[in-house]
Design a protein around this ligand. Structure first.
Ligand SMILES: CC(C)(COP(=O)(O)OP(=O)(O)OC[C@H]1O[C@@H](n2cnc3c(N)ncnc32)[C@H](O)[C@@H]1OP(=O)(O)O)[C@@H](O)C(=O)NCCC(=O)NCCS
Length: 206
């Protein structure tokens, strides 16, 4: 095969062309998910109207019922806000009384496990997938995310693949979390770092 056949010139003459063999060849990107997953995702896309951002927050029970229908494991008294996007419900586990705020996104090609009494605030992005940028075909890779019980992921955080948020942890707004964060600690920033212990007041119930 000639070099030009391996590295064809773009049809649009205005596009840049680099002589020589390609190091990155996006014609050969391997399939990122199985046929079953693709069919399920297409079916799931047909059922997502109650998730649209213009739908009222009161539709949370319907959103939870649909997620369960597609394989999510969601405990009692949970809340899913409007505009929440879940890519693969069958990869979502949520413990009791946990909440996902409006417009948050769960990009869960690998499992996302959310514990009990967890709050994921609005616009958070839980991202289980990345690309192997050292591989010539740039394949999608993924790793699970775990958000342990009683923690709070504040508004607009990005949680990277493979990260665990420790029990009772607080992750400050807009943090970029690339490493696992310790339990009962307030952490924040870009990149996210532990700042101080999370101290809980004692409340006397009368
Ligand atoms: C993380 C948070 C809870 C900490 O609140 P706090 O305990 O009152 O902390 P403070 O405001 O005293 O800040 C302590 C330090 O952390 C820094 N910090 C706080 N939040 C931060 C954040 N999100 N990113 C980066 N640094 C942050 C402060 O600048 C301060 O630094 P300094 O000591 O060098 O001045 C709060 O900042 C936060 O992010 N709240 C979330 C808001 C939100 O998402 N609301 C949606 C509600 S559903």
């Amino acid at each position: 095969m000639t070099q030009e056949a391996e590295n064809p010139r773009p049809q649009d003459a205005n596009l840049p062309y680099q002589e020589g063999p390609l190091k990155i060849d996006l014609y050969r990107v391997p399939a990122s998910s199985s046929r079953r997953d693709k069919i399920l995702r297409a079916l799931w896309a047909c059922f997502q109207i109650p998730f649209a951002r213009w739908t009222p927050k009161q539709l949370s029970p319907l959103r939870i019922a649909l997620l369960r229908l597609f394989g999510a494991s969601i405990g009692p008294a949970c809340n899913i806000g409007s505009g929440v996007k879940v890519w693969c419900p069958w990869n979502l586990t949520m413990g009791e009384r946990s909440a996902i705020g409006f417009d948050a996104e769960i990009y869960n090609f690998a499992p996302v496990t959310i514990g009990r009494h967890v709050v994921i605030s609005q616009y958070a992005y839980l991202c289980t997938a990345t690309h192997d940028y050292t591989h010539p075909h740039f394949p999608l890779t993924s790793a699970p995310i775990e958000i342990r019980s009683q923690s709070w992921v504040a508004a607009g955080c990005l949680i990277s693949p493979g990260v665990t948020i420790g029990e009772g942890a607080v992750i400050g707004a807009r943090s970029l979390v690339t490493r696992s964060m310790p339990a009962w600690t307030v952490s924040a920033g870009s990149p996210c770092k532990p700042l101080k212990p999370r101290e809980i007041q004692t409340i006397i119930h009368g």
